[in-house]
Design a protein around this ligand. Structure first.
Ligand SMILES: Cc1ncc(COP(=O)(O)O)c(C=O)c1O
Length: 440
């Protein structure tokens, strides 16, 4: 992890206006962190809904006609966050029956919901069909057969896309669809072509087009646009070869964000220009009706979240202290999971505390539970608040809350300057009450 710029040296603009992050002028979503800690206790996640709205708008404003955005709920399934994204006018991409229930409860129009992801159980497919969602991305010939039966039994014709496999190496670096090997996600191109023919013959599904997720956390506009271009190109070839229509292409998520001070954000203007060029080309080729879906998760919510903990112990020499926090990878696993740097800030330290080489660790009994080793931070003291930034995506939801039986983190959302508890702490008593100790 790297240390964020000291809050005191940032422009104190009062309310957060930009789209880059939740910490501005020492405030989190415009609110003093100590006030949030006082009201909600630590550890807590806090999300700036206004910032999420501005990120939605920033992306939408560069997209050409025919492009829609569906929020990938896996990034942050908190009901209040999902509801807010509905208010912002985006659709929803769900990857499980649980996420489907979440977005339905959040009031999404079923037509604006997509279901993607491997391993959909029959009851999840049935729930999606019954809800009348916009489309289901089918991962395999077997899934198509199960869906046909389910839709047939429900007396529905379910709109679908077919998911194309992406080269394994593409998941880590560049995006190159080769429609190649059989793997966990989607279908190789040849299988997809055969499945498209089967889908076209079916009374119970309506084939709309193709889906493929390229790669995660891309901050290069050219790579993202290249993925979209290649997918549409393959979609056109499949449509021509199988005599099926190409009405919709879902190019997945993967729009990236910076996680450390040295990284640049995605150049949205450039992405917009490249997508507009592509759009003009498709329009000129008679594909002006072709619809495109992007499913960003991280991009929309990542920078809008912070995880805030309190220092419970400080040890080691003054020049290289070790601060132990009241929360760690039990609430925020991502940095350890993907070994990625993430910005960290000691909140509101008194002026004059010089930055020192600091290790910041959580309370769990594992060496993995370290947020920063050697970060230059104002020398921490017991009682200080420490924030990990850019955790609005894959934070709370991607962690290991049961390890060591600590209470969960709470989640707080801020909208129009008002902070609201959106998920209370799960206490140990609640966890124990749900368990059974049989009377053998
Ligand atoms: C099918 C699909 N769509 C969208 C996403 C969201 O990705 P991101 O949060 O990187 O935009 C994922 C992430 O795993 C995914 O698998």
């Amino acid at each position: 992890m790297t240390a964020a710029s000291a809050p005191g040296v940032r422009a104190a603009s009062g309310a957060t206006r930009g789209i880059d992050g939740i910490l501005d002028g020492g405030l989190l979503a415009g609110i003093p962190p100590a006030a949030l800690a006082e009201e909600f206790g630590t550890p807590f996640y806090v999300y700036d809904l206004g910032l999420i709205g501005r990120r939605v708008e920033a992306l939408r404003s560069v997209l050409p006609h025919g492009f829609r955005t569906a929020f990938a709920v896996k990034a942050n399934p908190a009901l209040a966050v999902v509801s807010h994204l509905r208010r912002c006018g985006v659709g929803a991409d769900v990857a499980s029956g649980g996420e489907l229930e979440t977005v339905l409860r959040a009031g999404f129009d079923p037509a604006a919901i997509a279901m993607t992801g491997p391993g959909k159980r029959d009851e999840e497919l049935a729930a999606a069909v019954a809800a009348g969602i916009g489309f289901i991305a089918v991962e395999s010939p077997g899934e198509l057969r199960r869906l046909e039966e389910i839709a047939g039994a429900a007396g529905r014709r379910q709109p679908i896309l077919l998911r194309l496999a992406v080269a394994e190496d593409a998941r880590l670096e560049s995006v190159r669809i080769i429609g190649g090997a059989e793997g966990k996600f989607g279908m190789p191109l040849q299988t997809l072509i055969e499945t498209a023919r089967a889908a076209a013959r079916s009374e119970h599904v309506e084939l709309l087009g193709l889906h493929a997720f390229g790669a995660s956390n891309l901050r290069d506009a050219e790579q993202i646009a290249g993925h979209v271009a290649e997918l549409v190109e393959i979609g056109r070839r499949v449509a021509a070869e199988t005599d099926t229509p190409l009405r919709l292409v879902d190019a997945g998520g993967g729009l990236g964000i910076p996680y450390s001070d040295g990284e640049w954000p995605l150049d949205l203007a450039r992405l917009g220009r490249r997508l507009t060029e592509l759009r003009e080309g498709w329009d000129a080729d008679g594909h002006s009706e072709l619809e495109l879906v992007l499913e960003p998760g991280r991009f929309l919510v990542g920078p809008a979240g912070a995880y805030v903990t309190r220092v419970v112990d400080v040890k080691g020499p003054d020049s290289a202290p070790v601060a132990i926090l009241d929360g760690g990878i039990n609430h925020l696993l991502r940095p350890a999971l993907v070994q990625s740097e993430q910005r960290l800030a000691v909140l509101a330290p008194d002026p004059g505390r010089a930055p020192v080489n600091t290790t910041v660790a959580g309370p769990l009994c594992t060496g993995l539970d370290v947020f920063a080793a050697g970060a230059m931070l104002p020398r921490p003291r017991v009682g200080d608040l420490v924030a990990v930034l850019d955790v609005g995506a894959y934070g709370f939801t991607e962690s290991m809350p049961f390890f060591l039986s600590h209470p969960s983190a709470v989640e707080v959302a801020v909208r129009n300057g008002r902070a609201q508890l959106i998920r209370p702490r799960v206490t140990l008593a609640e966890l124990l009450d749900r368990q059974v100790d049989p009377d053998w």
